[in-house]
Design a protein around this ligand. Structure first.
Ligand code: NAP
Length: 426
């Protein structure tokens, strides 16, 4: 089959049109990136062949970012790479080194912000056979919608001692003296700004609720620190509830409705109302303060389903939850803009440079990101085959070093061998 048989994904009437012979760009990544990508691409191709024989295929188109791009194009993030993501819509990437002193905080953050990939989607569920520090990891089955473009990740900071810092503090002192006086040590403070917008909140919450409806999930929990940060995290909570009731009135039941009914008719009436709404399939929209959420995901994980939160809370929660289900070697992720249709699926761990080119690390994070990609394309049969084969590999205890060191009697396998076993079980 020649390249001309393949074409890119397009967006038609807000829906992805995915040809059966589709071009998908990939960024191999730095450090362990090449090892895990080579393992992943074999697994993905095998799953597609097992599901659709020759009917469906992906042509993997290499695009460049990170060290390889710097070497080839003298740029860590070439314009051609961004253009390819825009053109082909869906891409997959390995981890990238953050350039030191490159004028960029992080290549990943730059990619997300430049392409406005406002949802960081992180499904977290336990696969039988993976080691876990908790007693009942099977209770963890959550999907995190982390806002990806705002919050302190906007990168608006003023370094202590800099001229800009002095200018900014001067401005505060002149125009907002009361707030300026709250700064305990103004002369030696670095300053950061945390923008949280109604527009940014609404598009995230809309995506989370639509996901919950489509995937028949039970609840969406808003995680925030609104008790302290009232006009940012508190506003996020309020805008989220308002959007849920305005746009999804028939499909959701909110904790605010429950509180109102309780105030007017008592707790038992509120409970009955909630039970009736949930029985007819409504999604429960509730909220929890961020610090308590970090306890509750451990002590009562079954009460969380879809989680919608801001950038920094989402960062903490994603890693805390990943630890419960096998660590960052097994945690997949996707960065998505549901309006433009652009999405990049990615390994969530870093480049682990000490393991580069040793064929050693766990490719699970990138393989599971590939599985998310297949589902995103609507290629569910291939995704199901992949998951089932991965489950068998885990149950057979054919594990890379990170999992093998925690499981008695496990057989330690290389990165490439882990892929071989998965393919063998398809
Ligand atoms: P890291 O690369 O994630 O590695 C930290 C540790 O996590 C490793 O030493 C290893 O633990 C474990 N680990 C990571 N990936 C693994 C895998 N696939 N299988 C098994 N274990 C794995 O974090 P880092 O050392 O802090 O960061 C290194 C570089 O990556 C930095 O330049 C950072 O900026 C970048 N980074 C990139 C991304 C991204 O591209 N998305 C994300 C985070 C960091 P053990 O030593 O215990 O085995």
């Amino acid at each position: 089959m020649s390249m001309t048989d393949y074409s890119g994904i397009s967006l038609e009437n807000d829906r992805l049109h995915v040809p059966h012979k589709v071009i998908i760009p990939f960024i191999e990544g730095d450090g362990v990136g090449p090892d895990i990508w080579h393992a992943t691409v074999r697994v993905l191709n095998a799953a597609i062949t097992a599901a659709y024989a020759q009917q469906r295929k992906i042509h993997w188109l290499e695009i460049y970012a990170g060290e390889k791009a710097k070497h080839k194009f003298d740029s860590y993030l070439p314009e051609e790479t961004l253009a390819a993501c825009r053109q082909y819509k869906i891409a997959i990437k390995g981890p990238l080194t953050t350039p030191v002193g490159g004028g960029m905080r992080s290549l990943n953050v730059a990619l997300r912000q430049t392409l406005d990939l406002y949802v960081c989607l992180r499904p977290v569920r336990w696969l039988q056979g993976t080691p876990s520090p908790v007693n009942n990891p099977a209770a963890v089955d959550m999907v995190i919608f982390r806002e990806n473009t705002e919050d302190i990740y906007a990168g608006i900071e003023f370094e202590q001692g800099s001229a800009d810092n002095a200018k900014f503090l001067q401005l505060m002192q002149t125009h907002f003296p009361e707030r300026f006086n709250k700064i305990r040590f103004p002369d030696s403070s670095g300053i950061g700004i945390k923008p949280i917008s109604q527009a940014g909140t609404e598009r995230l919450i809309r995506a989370a609720i639509k996901y919950a409806i489509t995937h028949k999930r039970k609840s969406v929990t808003l995680v925030h620190k609104g008790n302290i940060m009232k006009f940012t995290e508190g506003a996020f909570r309020n805008w989220a509830y308002a959007l849920a009731s305005n746009e999804f009135a028939e499909q959701v039941y909110t904790s605010l409705q429950w509180q109102q009914t309780k105030a007017e008719q008592g707790e038992s009436a509120a409970n009955q109302e909630q039970a009736a709404a949930l029985a007819k399939g409504c999604i429960l929209i509730k909220d929890v303060i961020a610090d308590i959420s970090l306890q509750q995901i451990l002590t009562r994980p079954e009460t969380f389903d879809v989680i919608a939160t801001m950038n920094l809370n989402g960062d903490y929660l994603s890693d805390a939850l990943a630890a419960q289900v096998g660590g960052i070697g097994m945690a997949p992720g996707g960065n998505i803009n549901y309006q433009t249709g652009i999405a990049i699926f990615e390994a969530t761990h870093g480049t682990a440079p000490k393991y580069a080119d040793l064929d050693k690390v766990n490719p699970g994070s990138l393989i599971l990101s590939g599985e998310m990609l297949l589902r995103h394309l609507g290629w569910t049969k291939a995704a199901d085959i992949l998951i089932s084969a991965l489950n068998t590999t885990l149950r057979n205890k054919q594990l890379t070093y990170d999992l093998a060191r925690l499981i008695p009697d496990a057989t330690e396998v290389k990165c490439s061998e882990f892929a071989d076993h998965i393919i063998g079980h398809m």
